[in-house]
Design a protein around this ligand. Structure first.
Ligand code: SF4
Ligand code: FES
Length: 326
């Protein structure tokens, strides 16, 4: 085991753990954002640079700082390492620059995008984005493509994180999906525009951190914050059958995998569960899904709201409500 300090909090982790995983062990605002790393996909990480952190002490043996910011998702911790994330001005400035860079081509079409409300880039833009763009060149534009009957590819929104490519490579036997070309002409593609034809292909929708890959059976049906997520399961010969049903009243509008607090799917589900089982009778309902992420989906849930303090206009004093939790 090695001891590492991140944003002044010490944690003990196994040797070989990355800085990002060590920060996730602490939790909260210490955890850097991650747009391309996905713990269940081998080789993911190192592409988007949103997880950059500052290493102020490399290790107990070599206390010199690392000369540049490092990607926390692929840098292993060392004994005595001191890492700065939110507490470093340099990191915050770098993250703002990364968000600006990602938004060069990514359109801010959140009002019409199905991913709105559960989009990592939307959250990052809210936290670190500029109010207006400084970009004056033409943006790259691609036509929308239907990848098979269930998935829509909106390449303008893709940030080339490669998660979907790794997923198709690692979850299914034959590779049908990849990145073509280089630089700003890079493009996610199924080879020769064939549809992704395997029973787990729908998981690319869940792993995509933005709205580049969306569910054609749910497109433009609703906004996620109008839906009620419920944990459901069914007997399925292909997958675990554990999913989340997004309800609008009594109607199931979409099915997704169950995601953890970092937005990563706990168990990948098959296409039959995702796209073909939209009736209440298909599922056993377990209860409401707790959305742990700080997300617009959690908006309007007032249980933990603190009542504001009452300012006494005459005395100028502030009275705290003794029943502040409602
Ligand atoms: S389509 Fe989505 S998951 Fe695939 S590379 Fe682009 S942003 Fe990543
Ligand atoms: S999450 Fe580390 S580089 Fe993308």
């Amino acid at each position: 085991m090695v001891k590492v300090t991140i944003d002044n909090i010490q944690v003990e982790v196994e040797e070989g753990t990355t800085i990002l995983q060590a920060a996730r062990k602490i939790g909260g605002s210490v955890v850097p954002p991650a747009m391309c790393y996905y713990s269940s996909l081998a080789g993911s990480g190192g592409k988007c640079r949103t997880c950059l952190v500052k290493v102020a002490h490399s290790s107990a043996r070599d206390p010199r700082p690392m000369p540049k910011l490092v990607a926390s998702c692929c840098t292993p911790v060392q004994e005595g390492m001191v890492v700065l994330n939110q507490t470093s001005h340099e990191v915050v400035e770098a993250r703002k620059a990364i968000v600006e860079f990602l938004l060069i081509n990514h359109p801010l079409d959140c009002p019409v995008c199905d991913q709105a409300g559960e989009c990592d880039l939307q959250d990052l833009s809210f936290g670190y984005g500029l109010e207006e763009t400084r970009y004056e060149e033409d943006r790259r534009e691609f036509p929308e493509i239907d990848i098979g009957p269930f998935i829509k590819l909106h390449m303008n929104r893709c940030i080339l994180c490669y998660r979907c490519v790794y997923l198709c490579e690692q979850l299914t036997e034959k590779r049908e999906h990849g990145v073509l070309y280089r630089g700003d002409t890079s493009e996610i593609s199924t080879f020769i525009r064939q549809s992704i034809d395997n029973e787990f292909s729908g998981n690319v929708i869940d792993v995509c951190p933005v709205g580049a890959l969306t569910d054609r059976t749910f497109r433009f049906k609703s906004r996620v914050w109008f839906l009620k997520p419920m944990d459901v399961h069914r007997e399925c010969p292909a997958c675990s059958g554990k999913a989340v049903a997004w309800m609008f009243g009594e109607e199931i509008q979409r099915i997704t995998g169950r995601k953890d607090r970092y937005g990563e799917v706990e168990e990948f589900i098959c296409n039959e569960c995702r796209f073909e089982k939209k009736s209440r009778a298909d599922w056993v309902f377990e209860g409401p899904r707790k959305i742990k992420r700080q997300s617009v989906i959690s908006a309007n849930h007032y249980e933990k709201m603190k009542k504001p303090s009452i300012i006494n206009p005459i005395e100028g004093t502030i009275e705290q409500s003794d029943n502040s939790e409602t």
